[in-house]
Write a protein that binds this ligand. Sequence first.
Ligand code: SAM
Length: 220
Amino acid sequence: METMKGARSSDIGPDLFRKLIQEYFRTCVDLGCGDGKYCYEMARTDPDTFYIGIDADRNGLVEYSRRIVKKPSRGGLKNVLYLISNVESLPEELNGIADEVTVILPWGSLLQGMVGSDPLYLSNIRRISKDGSLLKIYLNYDVKYEPVEMERKGLPELTEGYVEDHMVPAYASAGIRIAGYRFMENEEARSIPSTWTRKLGFGRARSTLLIEGVIEGGSP
Ligand SMILES: C[S@@+](CC[C@H](N)C(=O)[O-])C[C@H]1O[C@@H](n2cnc3c(N)ncnc32)[C@H](O)[C@@H]1O
């Protein structure tokens, strides 16, 4: 697997990877992690959990991959790993490791995969998860602000009706039970410590849709 550490990419073999995560009580995977801030901030306050941030764009990971290798007194952290990968082709080494998967304000193909309930994306999420693990997806786009993007990508309006009629059944067929969903306002959204939740949460009034799922039939 290709990892980003100290602003450099290198390979991490399966044995070292297993050894790293075995030391921790839980493993959380953040897909489309962007600059990796969410994993970094969560790992700081939750030292018993190992956080893995994954993104297709290596350049975004430079700053936080530098921070994690510093001395602990200067912000270094041992319980974070950044990987470079598309969600479409997640490495086999991740199979069955996640207790929780987050997808926070995705864009591009990841957004289309999540909203469109693409079987490849959903089966990959299930493949890397333990049985009964949690999936949290945060979505935020609006016809008021992104009409052109929505039209171009064929994105539907994010409504309760869309979630109920399209996402709930499609996720269920992929082994992910949508246990709840709700819209949150800016004030709550910006309490999630990622770069984009902060950016949007301090901007114009928007609703962020949180979808919470339970992954059934993942790795026992
Ligand atoms: C708006 S950013 C959000 C980043 C971060 N989650 C946050 O909240 O700050 C969306 C991220 O999704 C990543 N992305 C989009 N499609 C992807 C895919 N198919 N596989 C992996 N990453 C993807 C992009 O590279 C980008 O970093």
